[in-house]
Structures are given as structure tokens and as C-alpha cells.
Design a protein around this ligand. Structure first.
Ligand code: PLP
Length: 391
């Protein structure tokens, strides 16, 4: 008993140690101001000045690492414009994302095609538009890219641990040692410009060592590439940089320290980039929705919001925990929280401690919700997409 308490205390202390730097959120007074104009449906209120602050902080923490924003986190054109003004490049998965960026005047050379599985039609389109860099993680994809664009510059996505990530991505993409060797040999055979390595530590990654391990593995692949006669020029350390919700996080400065040390001995001709998504946009926004109604079912209290997993609040279904704020200050009880649709999967939380007197019409405020909310929303069951309001 004694030891388990000591172990628990140690764990809590270690977690608190993670929180070394203050994190900023959108000032709540802007939410109140926005609501004074009325409310018709759920909305995301984004403060672009916080997006700017986050870009600058990211660059200061890792001076050698050029950020390329992952468009999927929040593709709102006003958000993208802010990022362009701050000198950020981009990472895309589809030609709709590509078109969006080209419309905003982004140079194709600043756009990296980081989806390891691309249709031939998408590849042809991206090549015609001037995109230079393409990811791959299989021999088949290497052959596909080369057959469409023989002078494509390519980077290899390798597998890396996702331990300590709230939204792990390992397993779907990333090569292991045996395939890596096979792909390098095939690139040499095809005279293809396989010139870089990338990895993704998993989203909302709270374990800084994952990046260090990814970089260590990348260096081994660089050595194998050189040995085979290829000329590596790009290290892409991916995304995953966490933001503050309920759990403590390592600051970008702490993560950056480990990354800076790990890349210090890379030759100067290796360009180092990253693909932050969540980190650059989450803290800039509040998601606001409303309670449609409440009910008691078999003794359990339920509340239904006008935005559920189809309306933007989807990351909770995979274990991410948001801070949920209401205007009520009563005794907290356990609630089941669900979305407005009739789909039985549309249940957000089954044991959320919220004020017992929450009622129909109450507002729900979710801070730091600028990433992976509106981007995921659909019109399923006839409910409207949330608005995005940018200040
Ligand atoms: C989603 C994604 C990112 C961004 O991840 P975050 O966790 O939001 O930083 C970066 N790179 C690739 C290839 C991705 O798929």
C-alpha cells in the first residue's frame, strides 16, 4: 500500500514536471462578445493572433526546423492566410487541399505531399501543378510516383514508436527495417531521387523521446541511403506536438531541446522540417455549442448537445479529453453527454463531471478546440456544419 502511494505520488510529480511553460488560450471575453450578437448554431471562434504567436514560439524553440502546417487540422482559408503571412509551408493529403493553397498564392515548392497512399490521378494533378516532394512507404508507391513524375523528390515514411500519444497513428503507415532496405534498393535501380526520411510520432504526443527515437532511426536510414549511392537531403520530423487540455503536456521548448540536440550533428546540407497541425491552431479557438435537452435514463443523467461527433466534437471518442466549461457552478455529478443525431455512436462522454443543474439552452464552451473539430464535421442527419468565426 505504502509503495503504491509513493509510486502514484512520483507519477503525479512527474506529470506536473511536464508543465514547464505557461500556455495561452483565446480570451473568454471574445466568446462572450460573440454570443452577444446571438446564437443560431455551433461555432468555432478563432483568434488569428494566437496562431501567429504559436508559429513564432515553434520557430524559436527549434530554429533549424522549418514548419509546414498540416492543412487537415483546420483548413479555414483565414487560418491558412495567417500561417502564410508567418512564413509557414504546408503539408497536404489531397488535391482539394492543394488547390486551396494554390488559390491563396502558396508556391508549389512549399507544399509537401505527405500522404503515403496517393491515387495516380491525384499524383498526376499535383505533378502538373508543380509539387516537388512526395512521401512513400512502399515499393509499389515508389514505382507509382516514378511512373508519373520520374524526377520527383521523395521521402520515406518510417515506423516510429507512438508511446504516449493520445491519438496514435502507428500501424497504418511507416516502413520497418526489411521494407526500408528493399525500397532503397528499388530507388537505386529506378534511378529515383529518394532523398529524405520522415516519421510521425502520433498526434497529441506527450512523450518527447518519441521524436528523438524517430531522428535516431532516420539517421540510420540516411546511412543506408548513402551506402546505396543515394543523396539524402531532407529530414521531416512530422507532427504530433501537443496542446494543453486536461492532462499536463511537455512544452514545445522542452520537446525542442531534445530535437535540437538530436539534429545538431546532421550535416548542414540536410534540410530539416516539421509538420505541426494541432500545435499551431488548437489554442487559438473556443468551440461553442448548446444543450438541446437533458434526460434521466435508468437513474443516469444525460445531456444532448447541438454538436456531437458528426458536428465537430469527435476526438473525445478516441480518448482525447477536453476541458468542458458551462455557466453553472452547482455540485458536479457524472453526466452522459451525447450529440443531436439519432446514431447510437453519437455519444461523446459517458462519465463527465459537470454541474448538476445544467439545463436546456445552456452554452457549452470548449477551449483549445481549433484543431480537428470543424475540419471533421459533416451534415449527417441534417444538422448544420458549425460556423468558423475568425477575429
Ligand atoms: C495529421 C498529420 C500531421 C499533423 O499532426 P498533428 O498531430 O496535428 O501535429 C503531420 N503530418 C502528417 C503526415 C499527418 O498525417
Amino acid at each position: 500500500m505504502q509503495t503504491s502511494i509513493a509510486a502514484l505520488r512520483k507519477k503525479v510529480e512527474a506529470e506536473v514536471m511536464l508543465d514547464t511553460h505557461p500556455e495561452v488560450s483565446l480570451d473568454f471575453k471574445y466568446v462572450q462578445e460573440a454570443l452577444q450578437k446571438g446564437y443560431s448554431k455551433p461555432f468555432l471562434l478563432v483568434d488569428s493572433s494566437i496562431v501567429r504567436t504559436k508559429v513564432r514560439r515553434f520557430k524559436a524553440a527549434m530554429p533549424r526546423v522549418h514548419p509546414h502546417y498540416a492543412v487537415k487540422a483546420n483548413p479555414d482559408p483565414r487560418v491558412l492566410k495567417t500561417l502564410i503571412e508567418e512564413g509557414v509551408g504546408f503539408e497536404i493529403a489531397s488535391i482539394a487541399e492543394l488547390d486551396l493553397l494554390l488559390t491563396l498564392g502558396v508556391a508549389p515548392a512549399e507544399i509537401y505531399y505527405s500522404n503515403p497512399m496517393k491515387s495516380r490521378a491525384y499524383l498526376e494533378y499535383a505533378a502538373a501543378k508543380g509539387v516537388e516532394w512526395y512521401v512513400l512507404d512502399s515499393v509499389e508507391e515508389l514505382r507509382k510516383i516514378v511512373s508519373v513524375k520520374s524526377d520527383a523528390k521523395m521521402y520515406l515514411r518510417i515506423d516510429t514508436p507512438n508511446i504516449g500519444s493520445d491519438w496514435p497513428l502507428a500501424g497504418k503507415f511507416g516502413t520497418h527495417a526489411a521494407e526500408t532496405k528493399e525500397i532503397i534498393l528499388e530507388a537505386v535501380k529506378l534511378k529515383a531521387d529518394l532523398a529524405g526520411v520522415t516519421f510521425h510520432v502520433g498526434s497529441q504526443c506527450r512523450n518527447p523521446q518519441n521524436w528523438q527515437e524517430g531522428i535516431k532511426r532516420s539517421k540510420r536510414v540516411f546511412a543506408d541511403m548513402r551506402h546505396a549511392g543515394l543523396i539524402p537531403r531532407l529530414l521531416n520530423i512530422g507532427g504530433g506536438y501537443p496542446v494543453r487540455h486536461v492532462k499536463p503536456i511537455p512544452s514545445i521548448e522542452v520537446i525542442g531541446e531534445g530535437i535540437n540536440a538530436a539534429i545538431a550533428d546532421l550535416p548542414a546540407d540536410i534540410h530539416v522540417m516539421a509538420e505541426p497541425g494541432r500545435y499551431l491552431v488548437s489554442d487559438a479557438a473556443y468551440f461553442v455549442c448548446r444543450v438541446v435537452g437533458t434526460a434521466t435514463r435508468n437513474g443516469k443523467r444525460w445531456m444532448y448537445w447541438d454538436a456531437g461527433m458528426f458536428g465537430g466534437v469527435i476526438e473525445v471518442t478516441e480518448g482525447l479529453r477536453y476541458e468542458i466549461i458551462t455557466d453553472r457552478t452547482g455540485h458536479r455529478i457524472s453526466w452522459c453527454v451525447a450529440g443531436p443525431t439519432c446514431d447510437s455512436v453519437d455519444i461523446l462522454m459517458r462519465d463527465e463531471m459537470l454541474s448538476e443543474d445544467v439545463q436546456e439552452g445552456d452554452f457549452i464552451y470548449i477551449p483549445n478546440a481549433g484543431a480537428y473539430t470543424t475540419a471533421y464535421a459533416s451534415n449527417f442527419n441534417g444538422f448544420p456544419l458549425p460556423d468558423v468565426v475568425v477575429i
